[in-house]
Design a protein around this ligand. Sequence first.
Ligand SMILES: Nc1ncnc2c1ncn2[C@@H]1O[C@H](COP(=O)(O)OP(=O)(O)OP(=O)(O)O)[C@@H](O)[C@H]1O
Ligand SMILES: [Mg+2]
Length: 331
Amino acid sequence: MIQFNDVSKIYNGSVKAVDNVSFDVQDGEFVILVGPSGCGKTTLLRMVNQLEDITDGEIILNGKSLKELNKIEMRRKIGYVIQSNGLFPNMSIEKNVMIVPDLLGWDRKKRQDRFNHLMELIGLHPDEFRKRYPHELSGGQQQRIGVARALAADPPVMLMDEPFGALDPIIRNRLQEEFLQIQKEVNKTILFVSHDIDEAVKMGDKIALLRDGQIMQYDRPAEILNHPKNDFVSEFVGQDRVLKSTSLYSVKDLEQTVGLSPHDDSARIKTIKENTSLRIILSMLLNQEADHLVVEDSHGNKKGSLTLDHIEKFLQVEVREKNDGVSLQHE
Ligand SMILES: Nc1ncnc2c1ncn2[C@@H]1O[C@H](COP(=O)(O)OP(=O)(O)OP(=O)(O)O)[C@@H](O)[C@H]1O
Ligand SMILES: [Mg+2]
């Protein structure tokens, strides 16, 4: 667990980059730090990794204040993906990924197995990439290598500073999906920086929304979307927060709340799985990929069908009636 107790950082005696921040990150939790440029996100991560001194307050890692921990030892147990992937240009991909295991003196066989495993995890073929250099990879591939490197020695804690920033939406989306999948397998305590609220809602167990070095709200994504604490939060989250909240639900949630209709073979139909995000369903319907979506469970049994009407009804019941003060964008 990581605890921030009244943490402040003042650069050069005057720039208050982090201002009296307190929050806890539980073991296995995926927390997203989000906020405008310059609000102190990178500074917070760098303090956890002791790359910056803490001006005031303390950070406690698994019950011990950072001050009591040996910097070098500690950093080996924390995977850090820096804001621009930070690969060493003159080292091969294998060398780059295996920096920490090399420092830890792992034997050859263990290193090889680990490299192969990590590359499979991030979806790149180990033998194809092993001997290449960073400049011979695309931007998206380099970012994935950055993630593999941070995972290499299997650290319990990961600090990730906009690991998917500067990527086009399609690759970004794929990396987000892949990383959520990876997180299910490896279950680490993660502090992840983003300035994209959509990414935060999609990925985070919790979101810490920062402004001028202060925490505006620290909550589950649904709470941030449905109960923004102040004007800054609601503005940051955006007018369309009801629509954003669709990424928190799957078709199964909709099925349980408003039910499905019998399916109609005469309509323009497409088949989807029950665990699909409502956000994806909504965009399929809005893009007119189909009028009716036929829902299948994991065994391929047809459960019924849904249309835009179902989603509207679901949002009405699930989001708007439960949370006063939330309105759809065009109202
Ligand atoms: N080494 C430094 N010396 C002085 N001021 C700094 C230093 N590093 C950061 N700052 C200032 O501290 C504040 C927070 O910077 P930080 O890099 O943590 O922001 P950020 O939220 O990560 O921004 P971005 O989204 O642009 O990456 C900014 O005002 C920045 O100018
Ligand atoms: Mg930053």
